[in-house]
Design a protein around this ligand. Sequence first.
Ligand SMILES: Nc1ncnc2c1ncn2[C@@H]1O[C@H](COP(=O)(O)OP(=O)(O)OP(=O)(O)O)[C@@H](O)[C@H]1O
Ligand SMILES: O=c1[nH]c(=O)c2[nH+]cn([C@@H]3O[C@H](COP(=O)(O)O)[C@@H](O)[C@H]3O)c2[nH]1
Ligand SMILES: NC(=O)CC[C@H](N)C(=O)O
Length: 666
Amino acid sequence: MPAAPKLATFPAIRGALKFYQICSVITGVGLLLLCTEMVLKYTPLHVELFLGGSGGFLWFAQVIDRGDGLVSTGDGVNLSLGILIVHGWFYVVYLFACFRVWSLMRWNFARFLLLATGGVVPLASFFLEVRVARDVRRYLAEPAETEQRPVLVVDFGAQYAQLIARRVREAGVYSEIVPHTATAEEIAAKSPVGIILSGGPSSVYEAGAPSLDPGVFDLGVPTLGICYGFQVMAQALGGEVANTGLREYGATDAALTGSGGVLLGGQPGEQNVWMSHGDQVAKAPEGFEVLASTAATPVAAFGDDERCFYGVQWHPEVKHSDHGQEVIENFLHKAAGLPADWNSGNVIAEQVARIREQVGSGRVLSALSGGVDSAVSTALVHEAVGDQLTAVFVDHGLLRKGEREQVEQDYVASTGVRLITVDAREQFLTALSGVSDPEEKRKIIGREFIRSFEKVQSELVAEAAAEGEPIRFLVQGTLYPDVVESGGGTGTANIKSHHNVGGLPEDLQFELVEPLRTLFKDEVRAIGRELGLPEAIVARQPFPGPGLGIRIVGEVTADRLEILRDADAIAREELTKAGLDGEIWQCPVVLLADVRSVGVQGDGRTYGHPIVLRPVSSEDAMTADWTRLPYDVLSKISNRITNEVRDINRVVLDVTSKPPGTIEWE
Ligand SMILES: Nc1ncnc2c1ncn2[C@@H]1O[C@H](COP(=O)(O)OP(=O)(O)OP(=O)(O)O)[C@@H](O)[C@H]1O
Ligand SMILES: O=c1[nH]c(=O)c2[nH+]cn([C@@H]3O[C@H](COP(=O)(O)O)[C@@H](O)[C@H]3O)c2[nH]1
Ligand SMILES: NC(=O)CC[C@H](N)C(=O)O
């Protein structure tokens, strides 16, 4: 079955259905008239209907068969001929109406051909119209019942849009992010139960600053503005935003005005909030009550209970705001009245339904790396479509020691999914030969991944001798941070092209199935546990898809890979032995292959490469800190690597947080 239509197309689908229904009735009636006209003309009756002329207002004139064809004898307007011409032309309009519904609904081509028969088979258009209207209406009505209605986070290019969405989900309410360019109609089509306007780097009064379709404020949806979003709200609703020269960055004391209203009620009158702004709301819009202020910002929070509009100048989504999560929860539960009923169980039910709808009876390949993300996405799709799924693991030669065997044994043993391993070591190494630019490496790896999946799909099709129909769907364990870092947010910079997002080739033929695309790793782990995946898989530390390829600074060669693989195995073994696996997020081991330093080993001079240890702690990989590992563990790792791994004479520790560094070196 073709892909499911997008929510944003719902208004267009409704319009197209109405147009199609009108056209169906006209075409159906036209066709019946045409049939009647033909019966009258071509059966022994041999008459045609005329308007005006010698026979009166409406009359039948004989048609004479002269042997070489039928000849009209009437004068006036030949209605029979008119019906024929009008129906012919209107059939073109009818086909267009069918095409519109068909393409918006993304039905298959056979269905279009069926709809087209409505204009040539008597009565068919009436039956088809009933079927189409029922199917489309059922589809339009379904999401409200089966899909979670979201709180939409409108992204104004914020660093923290994803963090806001995450905090909302932590409060037990489903949340999605939309760009600020979304129109009121597109937002309405998602049936949001709340809207949160994010922060952003611009100033609302500057020309070209990101703005919001003013119609969004007329949708009657409870709305909370944060920082830039607070200022957008103030400006759009008749307040004033100005640059007074007073700025606040970091920890700031805020004082509630009175009880703080619904938004801040129950919180201490004086509290520490985290600010990051240079502009401020100089005047709250009509109907709003000021709820808090700081020394530099008289209007630091406001609310209009009647319209359920609220705003705060500070960032309640960051942990540094002492009562931040309470602000978000007050907005969601008390102001907007939303229950805390979203959890990983809902995600499973919803995603399973969505996947079934998207994939239908088609066959699916799932890119399985053995990591948490792909293990969970594969398990979800397996739950949805069972044996239609085949998992594919690519051994690209950039894996760690023992990884291939682990994936082949662990995953298959615990899930029973059919797994195909592709040996693409040669292919990847050849493609990477001579390349040392990180982005170029990532793009090559992304492309070779897809080429490997394409190879498997043609082999599978050939194996099943399956009417030659290609496998169109490819499952990837893409998470939200992969999308954002690849520049997939609105106005967000491309930090690095994650192979599964920004590194995909332009000629990609697969339709992607990415059920985890809006989620963070810890949310994905919760879903994995809910699906019954073993802890050994769910708790695995992340390992990037491009593997050791982006941990060799310099050209990737078989020899360098072997060195890095040995060093990595030692670091992992010692960290596990010391019981530190649960404490760190991951510990990339990086080979500075294009760097050499002088050393002394066995009384002789060495000129070897350094290895970098990068242990990091993180909540979601969007930010990270370097992990303070015990010295004796570091010392053990360093000793073993310099002793046991050839060509390595130095081990260094990376003590950079993210930002400014990223977790991986490339
Ligand atoms: N060797 C591989 N074979 C097949 N697919 C892969 C491979 N490596 C990565 N992928 C695909 O790319 C996606 C992104 O990789 P990524 O490393 O972010 O996720 P992961 O490996 O599943 O999980 P984790 O980040 O926890 O290691 C994976 O979810 C998977 O779909
Ligand atoms: O599947 C992936 N494909 C990639 O191209 C990629 N690059 C980084 N990572 C992993 O993502 C997290 C954040 O890494 P960075 O701070 O280096 O961006 C860390 O957990 C990294 O290991 C990747 N995962
Ligand atoms: N963090 C923000 O949203 C900042 C908003 C705006 N640019 C200001 O400086 O006030």
